[in-house]
Design a protein around this ligand. Structure first.
Ligand SMILES: *Cc1c(COP(=O)(O)O)cnc(C)c1O
Length: 362
């Protein structure tokens, strides 16, 4: 079967080099070989997340740690900041975990603003909040710096941040931001196969977790810390993913983090320009567009041209590329083009030429 190249916002295209590393021979996860592998990666992971904390590796997709974070650090009530399909779902997951939860819902396409969070936290009801940095369903980035600055005013509130589709694509300085939990699954901006989650915790989050009686085992943050101190994971990890991650970290540092961040921003801007050239508007509120994907408005909100996106998707697929036809309640009225992972000006220009060609056939 011919390979269809992924330009959807996750999973994304995985390089030959990464797959080769993924297929390295198995080793024992309690042996020196594994410890050496994890220990070699630890300083790279810490540099990537701008942290002195240990960085953990969980064998699960992001939702495992998103749910785990609630179980570890929410004792009183969690404020779920909601602006799209993934962040909205986190509210449901809070309730499914038996947590007291409140929704801070804004319109899809709008970012979460610090001012709104401040109003809610000032009630004193909350001991935690969840935030999605880059809401992948709407292609909208919330201003993390401005939100994290609230931590000074509310030091006892645990800030849980999902950076699933932004970690490695833009700078997220964990220690300086002062947030408490930061996580990302690997099939998005990391460009690895799905199945691994990278995360870290503040000392305060670990202290809080240690007090949580019903935090479970598989995502027990205290276990992750204890094991990471020995360059191990609590249970048998997907060693294949960890080999692949090690290879990928070498790629990140060969490119340079700043160059990597600049590349993502440049490619996202190119896609925004492509849309404008065709009279299409974007779904996110101006100024809050994602740097890893572009969510094109196609009738979800007023303004701009509306095209037959299903036909566009099919025509593009016939040329060997998969684009996304929208997610959640804006499926069909938006479509999404991803530039996350290893994309370059050259690969993006190829995408635009295939899209241009398809647009002429609509
Ligand atoms: C994809 C995604 C998730 C869910 O990840 P899974 O891999 O399905 O667990 C969560 N948050 C964001 C922002 C995402 O893009």
């Amino acid at each position: 079967m011919a390979h269809i190249k992924l330009h959807i916002p996750g999973p994304v295209e995985v390089s030959e080099k990464t797959f080769k590393a993924f297929c390295s021979p198995m080793i024992g996860h309690r042996g020196q070989g594994f410890k050496d592998l994890y220990a070699k990666m630890q300083p790279q992971l810490q540099e990537l997340l701008y942290t002195k904390q240990l960085v953990y590796l969980a064998t699960s997709s992001a939702w495992g740690v998103m749910e785990g974070a609630l179980r570890n650090v929410v004792q009183k009530k969690v404020l779920n900041c909601m602006c799209g399909a993934f962040s909205d779902k986190w509210f449901d997951v809070s309730k499914k975990c038996g947590k007291e939860a409140e929704a801070l819902q804004v319109n899809w396409g709008s970012p979460i603003r610090a001012e709104e969070i401040d109003k809610k936290l000032s009630t004193g009801q909350f001991d935690a909040l969840t935030l999605i940095h880059n809401e992948t369903s709407t292609g909208t980035m919330s201003p993390l710096d401005e939100i994290a600055a609230l931590k000074k005013k509310y030091p006892d509130v645990m800030f849980i941040v999902d950076a699933v589709s932004s970690m490695t694509a833009t700078k997220i300085a964990f220690d300086d931001l002062g947030i408490d939990v930061l996580l990302a699954g690997t099939q998005k901006a990391f460009a690895l196969p799905p199945g691994l989650t990278v995360f870290t915790c503040s000392p305060a989050a670990l202290a809080k977790a240690a007090q949580a009686k019903d935090r479970g085992y598989y995502f027990d943050f205290v276990e992750f810390q204890k094991n990471a101190e020995q360059s191990m994971t609590p249970s048998t990890p997907s060693i294949s993913h960890i080999y692949a991650l090690s290879s990928k970290l070498d790629d990140f540092f060969a490119e340079g983090l700043d160059a990597r961040f600049a590349r993502h921003l440049k490619l996202a801007k190119m896609t925004r320009d492509w849309a404008a050239k065709h009279g299409l508007t974007l779904f996110p509120e101006p100024g809050f567009e994602s740097v890893t994907l572009t969510c094109v408005n196609n009738g979800a909100k007023p303004g701009g041209r509306v095209i037959d996106a299903a036909k566009l998707q099919k025509l593009v697929k016939d040329q060997g590329i998969l684009i996304d036809g929208g997610y959640g309640k804006i499926k069909g009225t938006t479509f999404r083009l991803s530039n996350m992972g290893d994309e370059t000006e050259e690969t993006m220009n190829h995408l635009y030429s295939v899209l241009d060609n398809a647009m002429e056939q609509l």
